[in-house]
Design a protein around this ligand. Structure first.
Ligand SMILES: *[C@@H]1O[C@H](CO)[C@@H](O)[C@H](O)[C@H]1NC(C)=O
Ligand SMILES: *[C@@H]1O[C@H](CO)[C@@H](O)[C@H](O)[C@H]1NC(C)=O
Length: 685
């Protein structure tokens, strides 16, 4: 017998019974991690300069041999699922009777500093309202707040800081503190008297116990060297009613920062137990007592049916484990969070055409909203046919995920189901640059915005080429790949994917068919089919001219085939400013326009080695260096000046460009954790 299809009441009642049970296991109240690796990106979210690498949550980067890349960093690693921390209660004046969740967070930290490092700034266990990090939270802000937000109650942050730098309001450079919405702690305790040195020059790990009692509303913190038992007395004990400060559903994790004073801020193990306030409410079970046997029978039948249905659905939603792409993705270090297909389908209203943001050579992009996190995202949907070169793709994906820069679009995660690959990115409310330049927008992009956008792209390029541990080339710099956030800051997107999705042999020449790519490609790349830092700079030059002139690179003007040739001729004739977008009228800064046009020409130099490098470009856009010299006639492309391999390391600094990272060593951190971390403890508690 099949349950009567019309029996909705039964179905709904059953749903009520079944659903809470399902939501409990989605909200684990206890976990224990004693060795971290890249697969943990599926449960943790790393933001800012943080990553999960080398067996640790690296709240700020751990690149011991490269002091420069340790400076001025801030990051957070949060458990990606929020916890319900308090109950809403009807107007009670007695805050002591508030229902607040107790929790116990025990973690092992390694705050390493080399002997010649000063040690700074600190690390904190944090309860936060979301998974973001404020910009400018490096230095004394500990990744918790910044100069604007510090002290603002809307931060909804409570943290236990382990501070290694003395600010004017701190007792010393080795203390613990309870922070509420501010790095000016509500209470601090110096650890020096307890012979604890948070950041000792000889490596030492510490266990920290943060225990909160939701009934007495007291937060106790204990601290001891790794392997030692929990001390009998807490180092810090303070009454705090969390309900008054944090969001009902809050995230837990770690924040840290460095400044000119540096240290490694690593968490090596973490046990967390949170009292579960999501407990199934005691059901009003009167309906059972109605005692109509037929109803009971129907319930059972229906239950079996629905159970089977749910089981099937959940099976179908499960990532396909034997699927090569899926499982490889999961095992890759540095891989972002995996989303469920169902959630993304729902977020994009079943990939609704109306939510389509754009279409590129490799897929369609939809806008989506993840209701649980109240997060707007851009979901890029690739089709199976385009999925060539999976290895390359995986390599790129994990690189992209590890890049962190305020002018790069962040990859949030991925999903793979039945040959459909989805990538989830931050949503950029202002769309792409080319839409603003050519999309028939009513309002012309103002000069200030154009300048700011180009400076942003320059700094992203500099980061990719020089600042990230491994050199990265973008390969596909063009206006449609430059996204704009809500403040019209440029954010580079889609890096690396071009080559990854086409197979390796695809030469750039073949890309001619792709609208909008031709004109951004360096002449040498047309020959070699290879992308280099110099070819990225060429693409940047094309974007600069495009933004200043308001014309596509391949626009034919006054008998010239390319925009750049026209601008070059105007320059020769001493009237380069005539190239400026006429839609701007007189609303632009003459010196800046001249400088950018010259920069655009210099970057378009046919000889790769003559183009400025990203570092100089940043200096020019930031004003610390004057406009580059540009020859009056556009030089000819000379093949002989290219090295035979096509690798354009003709410049003095010939750091090889790593174009494939997969298998080429996953740990840029030259010193392995094990060499200074005594051992990863299993004896935390
Ligand atoms: C780090 O920040 C300090 C203080 O703001 C600044 O003087 C310094 O130039 C910065 N260093 C780097 C490498 O960003
Ligand atoms: C502080 O963070 C907020 C939110 O990210 C940001 O809007 C603001 O500009 C930041 N302030 C500083 C000084 O960086």
């Amino acid at each position: 017998m099949v349950p009567p299809p019309g029996n909705w009441i039964t179905a709904i009642l059953l749903a009520v019974l079944v659903m809470p049970a399902m939501s409990i296991d989605k909200n684990p109240k206890s976990f224990s991690y004693h060795r971290f690796n890249g697969t943990h990106y599926s449960v943790f979210t790393a933001v800012g300069d943080a990553s999960i690498n080398g067996g640790a949550l690296q709240i700020t980067p751990d690149s011991v041999n490269d002091n420069f890349s340790l400076l001025n960093k801030s990051g957070r690693v949060m458990f990606s699922t929020p916890f319900k921390l308090w109950e809403k209660t009807a107007s009670s004046n007695h805050t002591s009777s508030d229902t607040v969740a107790s929790f116990n967070s025990t973690f092992l930290i390694n705050i390493f500093r080399k002997e010649n490092w000063t040690g700074g700034e600190g690390l904190a266990f944090v309860i936060a309202p979301d998974l973001s990090i404020p910009s400018g939270s490096d230095g004394g802000w500990l990744g918790l707040t910044n100069a604007t937000t510090d002290g603002d109650p809307s931060n909804q942050i409570v943290a236990i800081e382990l501070d290694t730098v003395k600010q004017e309001f701190d007792p010393d450079d080795n203390h613990i503190g309870l922070d509420i919405n501010s790095v000016r702690s509500n209470k601090t305790v110096s650890l020096s008297d307890l012979s604890i040195e948070i950041s000792p020059a000889s490596p030492k790990n510490y266990s920290v116990w943060v225990q909160y009692n939701g009934t007495s509303k007291v937060m106790d913190v204990y601290m001891a060297e790794e392997g030692k038992a929990k001390p009998t007395g807490p180092v810090l004990s303070e009454e705090i009613n969390l309900k008054q400060y944090v969001k009902q559903h809050s995230y837990m994790g770690f924040a840290a920062s460095t400044s000119r004073e540096v240290e490694l801020n690593c968490v090596l193990a973490w046990d967390l137990t949170v009292e579960n306030l999501e407990e199934e409410k005691k059901k009003d079970r009167k309906w059972v007592k109605i005692g109509v046997p037929v109803l009971v029978l129907l319930l059972v039948m229906c239950g079996v049916g629905l159970g089977y249905y749910w089981h099937k659905r959940r099976e179908a939603e499960k990532p396909i484990n034997n699927n090569i792409l899926g499982s490889t993705l999961k095992s890759l270090p540095g891989t972002p969070r995996e989303f469920r297909f169902r959630d993304l389908k729902k977020a994009t209203n079943n990939f609704d055409e109306k939510l389509k943001l754009g279409q590129g050579g490799f897929g369609v992009v939809f806008k989506g909203v993840l209701p649980k996190e109240n997060l707007e995202v851009a979901v890029k949907k690739f089709s199976r046919e385009k999925m060539k070169g999976i290895d390359d793709f995986l390599a790129e994906l994990s690189i992209i995920n590890r890049l962190r820069h305020k002018h790069l679009v962040r990859l949030l995660g991925w999903c793979h189901k039945n040959g459909t690959l989805l990538l989830v990115y931050e949503y950029m409310p202002n769309g792409s640059l080319d839409n603003h330049l050519f999309g028939g927008e009513e309002k012309t992009l103002s000069w200030d915005r154009r300048y700011k956008i180009l400076s942003g792209v320059a700094s992203a390029l500099h980061y990719l080429h020089n600042e990230y541990d491994e050199k990265v080339v973008h390969r596909d710099l063009k206006a449609s790949n430059i996204m704009l956030d809500s403040n019209y800051n440029a954010r580079l997107g889609d890096f690396g994917l071009a080559r990854a999705l086409e197979n390796e042999k695809t030469s750039y020449a073949e890309l001619e068919g792709f609208p909008g790519t031709f004109g951004y490609i360096a002449p040498e790349s047309l020959h070699t089919g290879k992308a280099t830092r110099e070819s990225d700079v060429f693409g940047f030059g094309a974007v600069v001219l495009e933004v200043v002139c308001g014309q596509r690179p391949w626009t034919k003007i006054q008998g010239f085939h390319f925009l750049v040739d026209w601008v070059w001729s105007l320059y020769r004739e001493g009237r380069i400013l005539e190239a400026v977008d006429e839609r701007l009228g007189k609303d632009y800064v003459v010196e800046e326009a001249e400088k950018l046009l010259l920069l655009g020409l210099a970057c378009s130099h046919p000889i790769a080695g003559e183009r400025p490098r990203a570092q100089e470009i940043v200096q020019i856009t930031s004003g610390s260096m004057s406009a580059p010299d540009v020859p009056p006639f556009k030089p000819a492309f000379v093949w002989a000046s290219m090295p035979p391999t096509g690798d354009t390391n003709t410049t003095a600094d010939s750091t090889p460009i790593t174009t494939s990272y997969y298998g080429s060593g996953w740990t840029p951190q030259v010193v392995s954790r094990e060499s200074y971390v005594a051992h990863t403890s299993n004896s935390l508690v």
